[in-house]
Write a protein that binds this ligand. Structure first.
Ligand SMILES: [Zn+2]
Length: 222
C-alpha cells in the first residue's frame, strides 16, 4: 500500500506579466501532476458569476478602474489553501502581490519553487496590441497567433473585430510599469531563498513547459 506520505507534495508559485502564457503553463502543469491551480483571477471570476459578497466587492472595485486590495487577495488565497484539497500540491497564480505578502507566505508555507516567466516589454506590447475581440460573440483573436480568415471579421459569427479599450500603448505601458514595480521586490525576496526559476517565455508553449519540468526535476508519477 502506498501511503500519502510517499507522494511528493509540490508547491509552486507562478509569476509572469500578462501575455506571458502564465495561465496556460499553470493549467498544463496542474493537469499532469494533479496539482490544484489556485488562480486569484479565476476565483474572482467565479465569485462574480455566482453573485457572492466577494464577487460584488470585486466587481465594484474593477468598475471604478482600481485594483483589488492586496489584503483581499491575500485572504482569498489563505482561504483557498485552508480548503486542503491539494493532496499533491498546488500552483498559486496571482499572489503574492507585494513584499509583505511574500514574507508572510514564506513564514507559513514551504514552497518548492517560483516559476518566473520572463517576457521582454516589447514582446508583451507586440502580443497585447495584436489582440482583437469579436464584438458579437466575444471570441478572442490575435493578429500574430490566431488571425481571422477575413481581416477584421469573426470566423464564427461574422461580426466585426474590435480592440479592447485598455489595450492601447499608454494603458499597457502603465500596466507594465506597475507590474515591474510591484513584482521586483517579491522576486528579490524569493531569490534570496534561491528557488526562483526564470524561464524564457518567448518560446513555444511546449518548450516553456519542458523547461519548467527540467528546472524542478518534475517527472509524471508512474
Ligand atoms: Zn464572433
Amino acid at each position: 500500500m502506498k501511503l500519502w506520505q510517499d507522494v511528493p507534495v509540490r508547491k509552486f508559485i507562478i509569476m509572469g506579466v500578462q501575455a506571458s502564457g502564465k495561465g496556460t503553463q499553470a493549467k498544463v502543469l496542474c493537469a499532469d501532476f494533479d496539482l490544484v491551480h489556485m488562480s486569484v483571477g479565476d476565483i474572482f471570476r467565479w465569485n462574480i458569476q455566482h453573485h457572492t459578497k466577494l464577487g460584488a466587492h470585486v466587481k465594484r472595485i474593477v468598475a471604478s478602474g482600481r485594483l483589488v486590495d492586496d489584503d483581499v487577495v491575500a485572504s482569498v488565497i489563505r482561504e483557498r489553501l485552508a480548503e486542503h484539497d491539494w493532496n499533491y500540491g498546488f500552483v498559486i497564480d496571482g499572489f503574492p502581490r507585494n513584499a509583505a505578502q511574500a514574507e508572510f507566505f514564506l513564514e507559513s508555507y514551504d514552497i518548492d519553487g517560483v516559476i518566473n516567466l520572463e517576457l521582454p516589454d516589447r514582446e508583451v506590447e507586440r502580443r497585447v496590441l495584436s489582440r482583437r475581440l469579436c464584438s458579437g460573440c466575444g471570441l478572442d483573436y490575435n493578429l500574430i497567433a490566431h488571425r481571422p480568415e477575413v481581416e477584421g471579421v469573426c470566423d464564427v459569427c461574422a461580426s466585426s473585430l474590435v480592440v479592447r479599450p485598455d489595450d492601447n500603448p499608454e494603458a499597457l505601458a502603465s500596466r507594465l510599469r506597475d507590474y515591474h514595480d510591484k513584482t521586483a521586490p517579491v522576486i528579490a525576496i524569493f531569490q534570496r531563498k534561491e528557488f526562483v526559476a526564470s524561464i524564457d517565455a518567448t518560446r513555444s508553449k511546449e518548450q516553456i513547459q519542458a523547461d519548467i519540468r527540467e528546472r524542478f526535476e518534475l517527472r509524471p508519477r508512474a
